[in-house]
Design a protein around this ligand. Sequence first.
Ligand code: BES
Ligand code: MN
Ligand code: ZN
Length: 489
Amino acid sequence: MNAPMTPKFVETDLDSISDFDGKVAVFMSPTGQIGLPARRVNKLMKRSLIRLSESKTFDDMPNAGCHVMSMPNGMAASAVIVIKMPKRVTIDDARAAGASLAKIAAGDDVLLLTGTGKRASEIAFAFTLRQYEFHDHKTSDAIGAGQLTVMANDAAEAETDYADKGAIAEGVFFTRDLVNEPANILTTKEFAKRLHDLEAHGLKVKTLEEADMEKLGMHSLLGVGQGSESPSKIVIMEWNGGGDEQPFALVGKGVVFDTGGISLKPAGGMEDMTMDMGGAGVVAGVMKTLAMRKAKANVVGLVGLVENMPDANAQRPGDVVKSMKGDTIEVINTDAEGRLVLADVLWYAQETYKPTGVIDLATLTGAIIIGLGHENAGVFSNNDELSRKFLNAANIEREGAWRMPLGDAYDKLIKSRIADIKNVGGRAAGSITAAQFLQRFIKEDMPWIHLDIAGVASVKTETDFAPKGATGWGVRALDRYIADNHEAE
Ligand code: BES
Ligand code: MN
Ligand code: ZN
């Protein structure tokens, strides 16, 4: 398990700068202006910063770009990192600078001299997010997270600003660890255990076991897991930080490994299906964040944990199962299992909690990767207002999200000859017919969003705030959505 580094915030002390033996970072405005702490560095370095400000190198640097000056004269530091920062710092600039700093630091300690600079907490947040490393199964030494020390004129204010962001970083790291974990370790049992451990942060956590689901008639979900040695589970995490209002519900697909079942997937790339619990991972991360920052909202997170395996007891193509809702489903393809899991969890969530709205997250279709690549999650919704609010939060957090259509013409594609509905609709519009399937299990007036995160949950190249692998996509956007729309000021 990987805990995020906690930045230190200290009052400006010019005399201590020369002794710091990690890397020292300073700001310079695009016109070459520097604050008091950077002037001290410039003096120690015999005017090197001023020379840089007059150079073409500096001219060519983008805003929030960094220039590294190695082994500076007159300082114990191994490098001085100059960040070109406009006077008015946007969140994007601050986070871009923080992420670059983390990469340049490469595990070394960093002293960031902000002076009166604003958005110190945003820089520290991005620095922390970018330092993530999943090293749990390597026997060599980890690069490790370097300590960030932010030196500011109002250190106490910066530290207060950082508190909630620290809770978000905890949630993001929790999600990334879950998504990166291989399936022989993160079984349904281990997943449930890690979620129950969240009780330490004040969440109420309970599990529905197979016998409970049997009684509730959840044969859609149970059918998916019946070929696995690992028991299927639904884990429910309640955060009651609000008043007596009904909760908002987050629902996640937690297929700990997706072989495809009897409709077996090809060998090439099957190992990636360890991330098929990505939706559940995001729900878990958001719940952890809400608890750690003591959000003034009522939110319930429900995750369906199953393993999709081929086996003598596995579900067959052509089987017909009855969902908790009562609708019957013809299972044309056992590899379209995520929707079968979500059908019962979504219905249970609405029946039990009467939520004010539902957002589900799932690595649901390969088709969404064909459509949107790895830049955007697919957003499917029956409610324009909810969509607008979510898309706004995702945009501020720079987590790509793009609205996709729903409609009756697509719904027709999942009509079954022998049951109420079938679990695939053919090749055309594969992500939309999957969403239409889910909508069959959403009550008439329930505001709902389905997020297809197959392309964004885990990626093969590094992103702005994460190395290769699990991104934690959605934790920041969902936390912001809850903060902005469900918490009284
Ligand atoms: N877990 C997969 C979707 C997926 C694909 C996630 C690639 C991440 C990366 C899902 O269960 C699945 O297998 N979907 C099928 C549906 C098809 C059988 C209708 C697919 O997308 O091929
Ligand atoms: Mn599948
Ligand atoms: Zn799947």
